[in-house]
Write a protein that binds this ligand. Structure first.
Ligand code: NIG
Ligand code: FE
Length: 412
């Protein structure tokens, strides 16, 4: 099946083969061709260029099985969302009221709400029902232009329920046309049965959960909520070691609530990404220099919880890359809208539209291990594309962030 997309106003997000991410000043530009075409073969980008080079080919019906008129809009890679908790049961709209009344995320958690509240709900929800609820959200984000999503467990907090969540993620992966990657986050909070015995719970994560998850091949990554009131640096190191022994690569939650040491321990264990970073000092920036770890910021959580935004500009000035992701979850970011994430990146973190674009595409592809197949317009990558309505510029996407901008999304 060969598809031609023609009448493209601007083809945006072009990168050469082998470019895995963009760092520092490179983040400030986006490769574009005006008045372009793109040809995909069996769902893979085959070639693209200026439309005038097509000559008569566009009209030759025998050359293409499908022809898509982009209507003069932009064609760009779909968003990659490298950090979500999109599989959960019900929602936490009650805590939303508590939050409005002035309770902090930590106070809600300390009262047995928060993650434990979601774990109780998940426990009493069947696997089929959990799948159904999660699929509604996955379809929602696909319609908003997300072509890859990382999904974490972490609302199970018992071996059985963690496996239930991860099996739901596997089922999602089997039925959707987008890329799905799974992360085991047993150390999201201490399960209720282990209250007062956090070390015992960490033992369970290391000795029972990780071998069970790896045994069924249910995850590629292991994550730990390394933060004040959650897991310590030493506990995190133990869990990452156990994960590594079972082939799971680390991704870390760090510095959301306090400067936690999570970045440093993540870098030490070769984490693919360290995420949140709302409370970063210069030491975190130093720790990341020369590493292969992607600093990932989640402005939707800063927005929803009224927390500081990550210092993305300082990271970029230091020559580092930055990725942005939604953190879609019921407690700190009940939205998976990557266009809104891009807008917050610009409006609240002062990223340029180009930096925010790269943070939501190629860099977030890297942060979830799919940069070889997604995240840019590159021959050989999956033709996972957003075709926009005619818009005046790339900046229009985060600028007029509530104006519908998508005409069509294709996933290969
Ligand atoms: O990334 N920080 C930890 N985990 C989630 C929140 C989970 C929840 O509150 O349900 C986050 O913000
Ligand atoms: Fe998270």
């Amino acid at each position: 099946m060969r598809t031609l997309i023609y009448n493209i106003g601007t083809l945006a997000g072009i990168l050469p083969q082998g470019k895995r991410m963009l760092a520092g000043r490179e983040m400030g530009s986006v490769g574009c061709i005006d008045r372009a075409y793109l040809i995909a073969n069996e769902g893979i980008i085959e070639e693209f260029g200026e439309e005038e080079c097509l000559k008569g080919k566009a009209q030759d019906k025998s050359l293409f099985d499908r022809r898509i008129d982009a209507g003069g809009g932009y064609v760009m890679p779909t968003f990659c969302d490298s950090h979500t908790h999109i599989v959960y049961a019900g929602c936490r709209d009650g805590e939303f009221r508590d939050k409005i009344q002035g309770l902090s995320y930590e106070e809600i958690a300390a009262r047995g709400g928060g993650i434990l509240n979601s774990a109780d709900l998940l426990h009493s929800t069947s696997e089929d029902e959990l799948f159904r609820q999660a699929m509604v959200r996955v379809e929602e984000v696909m319609a908003k232009g997300t072509g890859a999503v990382e999904i974490k467990s972490g609302y199970g907090l018992t071996t059985e329920d963690e496996l239930k969540m991860l099996r739901v993620i596997r089922r999602i992966r089997e039925v959707v046309p987008i890329e799905v990657r799974a992360t085991f986050l047993g150390a999201h909070a201490v399960g209720r049965a282990w209250r007062g015995n956090q070390e015992g719970y960490v033992d369970l994560v290391c000795r029972e959960m990780i071998p069970a998850v790896a045994g069924e091949g249910l995850a590629e990554f292991v994550d730990v909520f390394c933060d004040e009131g959650f897991f310590t640096v030493d506990q995190t190191a133990r869990i990452l070691e156990a994960g590594a022994a079972h082939g799971l690569k680390p991704k870390i939650h760090a510095n959301e609530l306090a400067v936690s040491g999570g970045v440093q321990v993540g870098v030490r264990y070769g984490a693919l990404s360290v995420d949140h970073l709302e409370r970063t000092t210069d030491e975190e920036i130093e720790a990341l220099r020369g590493s292969t770890t992607m600093p990932t910021m989640l402005p939707g959580a800063s927005f929803f919880l009224g927390m500081p935004y990550g210092r993305a500009k300082d990271y970029i000035r230091a020559g580092l890359p930055v990725a942005l992701a939604s953190d879609y979850n019921p407690g700190s970011s009940p939205s998976g809208d990557m266009r809104f994430v891009m807008a917050l990146g610009c409006i609240r973190m002062r990223l340029t539209p180009e930096e925010a674009f790269n943070a939501c595409t190629i860099n977030s592809a890297y942060a979830m291990g799919v940069d070889h197949i997604l995240g840019s317009i590159t021959p050989g990558k999956k033709a996972s594309l957003i075709i926009t309505r005619p818009i005046p510029s790339l900046a229009f996407i985060p600028y007029a962030h509530q104006t519908p901008f998508i005409s069509e999304v294709v996933f290969g």
